[in-house]
Design a protein around this ligand. Structure first.
Ligand code: KG4
Ligand code: ZN
Length: 340
């Protein structure tokens, strides 16, 4: 039997400082997340400068906790994985520099990981037998893609957003209806009390052949609706607005994701990223998947939003393909999927 490979992974691309120990890319020994949400909540969104400072304060303790909880020491670790993009440059640099320091001091290989590839890889933790090829709908605060994963580390982007990311639209609409940050989970919750057919918001879709998304239109139509109602002094039903907006976003995500499966002739689709924890998206995907005979998969909630276990999984698949990074690794804020 081959020796297990244990990876210590670090993630600091946005507002969570996270570290994890993952075995063979599939089994999580620890997954520690220090969230900065309560700090950024006061500002209504992530303040990059504040995020970097908070990462610096938290990172040593978070890494130590990940080792302790996994019941290992640095000696037991085979490689260090770290997110080096995309994300906020100052935030990424904290994780990258810390990982480089550890790799240098311990003489272990360093593996730079693309954050989006990490989100997709969360599915390998959830589904122990899952192997590419499959389609993946990546929906996070900063990104919206439909990606065809041909093999580990090989991607074809089938669609992307031309303006706001899906999570960003959730956050902006939540702010406009007074729900606060982060908006996605709050819209998800309050929508359960609303009528999703109460207000017709336009589909976030282009009328040409592309599967690309546009979410700024649906966001603007929510803002226009709120303005009109305010001008007429009419009462706004917040749960109805939230549910109707959510339905408009979810419908187009689901429609285009299954269209991409049809184009490539694949029968499995995964969902990844923070918005993958949206209950309406999950339910609609499952329902549609059953109709179309396509298997729908998604990670448990804690693996959907930012975490380091997903980075440990992606790092493992990079490592076994022989891809390691030099100690000159730098943060790349706009790193593209599949780019090295
Ligand atoms: O993947 P993630 O943790 O960070 C990025 O890489 O961007 O995603 C965060 C995004 C936020 O926009 C948040 O509002 C959204 O995911 N989100 C949700 C839900 N939970 C988190 N959106 C809709 N419904 C949810 N339940
Ligand atoms: Zn993310």
């Amino acid at each position: 039997m081959e020796k297990d490979i244990k990876i210590l992974a670090i993630e600091s691309s946005c507002d969570e400082t996270a570290a994890a120990v993952v075995v063979n890319g599939r089994d999580v020994l620890s997954n520690i997340i220090a969230s900065q949400i309560d700090i950024h909540e006061k500002f209504g969104g992530v303040v990059p400068e504040v995020a970097s400072r908070k990462h610096i304060e938290a990172i040593s303790a978070v890494v130590q906790e990940a080792l302790d909880e996994a019941n290992v020491t640095l000696d037991d670790i085979d490689a260090i994985g770290v997110t080096y993009g995309p994300g906020l440059v100052g935030a990424l640099l904290v994780g990258v520099q810390y990982a480089k320091g550890l790799a240098y001091a311990t003489h272990k290989p360093l593996i730079g990981v693309n954050h989006i590839e990490g989100h997709i890889s969360a599915n390998f933790i959830q589904y122990k037998e899952l192997e590419p090829p499959f389609m993946c709908l990546v929906v996070s605060g900063g990104h919206t893609f439909i990606v065809y994963m041909k093999d580990h580390g090989e991607f074809e982007v089938m669609a992307e957003t031309r303006d706001d990311a899906a999570g960003e639209a959730f956050d902006k609409v939540a702010r406009a209806i007074g729900l606060g940050y982060p908006g996605g989970p709050k819209i998800d919750k309050i929508s359960k009390e609303g009528n999703a057919d109460a207000i017709k918001f336009p589909k976030a879709k282009f009328h040409d052949v592309t599967l690309d998304f546009s979410f700024s239109g649906v966001k603007s139509s929510v803002l226009n609706y709120l303005n009109k109602m305010n001008m007429k002094n009419e009462t706004i039903n917040i749960p109805d607005v939230a549910a109707s907006f959510q339905k408009a976003v979810v419908n187009v995500l689901v429609e285009n994701a299954f269209e991409a499966c049809k184009i490539k002739g694949v029968d499995k689709i995964t969902i990844a990223g923070g918005v993958a924890s949206n209950s309406c998206l999950r339910e609609t995907m499952i329902k549609e998947g059953q109709k179309k005979n396509i298997k729908v998969m998604f990670p448990e909630m804690i693996l959907c939003t930012d975490n380091a276990a997903m980075i440990g999984s992606a790092a493992y698949f990079e490592l076994i393909k022989g891809r390691v990074s030099p100690l000159t690794l730098n943060a790349i804020p706009n790193l593209k999927l599949g780019e090295r």
